[in-house]
Unconditional design. Structure first.
Length: 85
């Protein structure tokens, strides 16, 4: 695998009347090779925003949900490598 998740920080706020939730997730990853696309599972999720950072630098990115594959594809403006906390 070229991209390895290192740490997850999750926050959820359930709506017990509607059986839904809102939340946020921060994932720290290690990119073994320079990469321009990060892909992750997103089954039954509505992604409202996405931000990619390397240290304090925000990397311009374009998130796109691929419904048929239940995946989120994040295309980076430039290839990134290393630990993205």
């Amino acid at each position: 695998m070229d991209i390895i998740p290192i740490n997850y920080q999750l926050s959820f706020e359930p709506d017990l009347k509607k059986f839904t939730f809102t939340g946020s997730e921060t994932i720290s990853i290690d990119c073994k090779k320079p990469t321009k696309v990060i892909t992750m599972h997103c089954a039954e999720l509505k992604i409202l925003s996405c931000q990619v950072k390397s240290g304090n630098e925000i990397i311009q990115s374009s998130p796109k949900t691929v419904e048929k594959d239940e995946q989120l594809q994040i295309t980076l403006e430039k290839k990134s490598k290393g630990f993205l906390p």
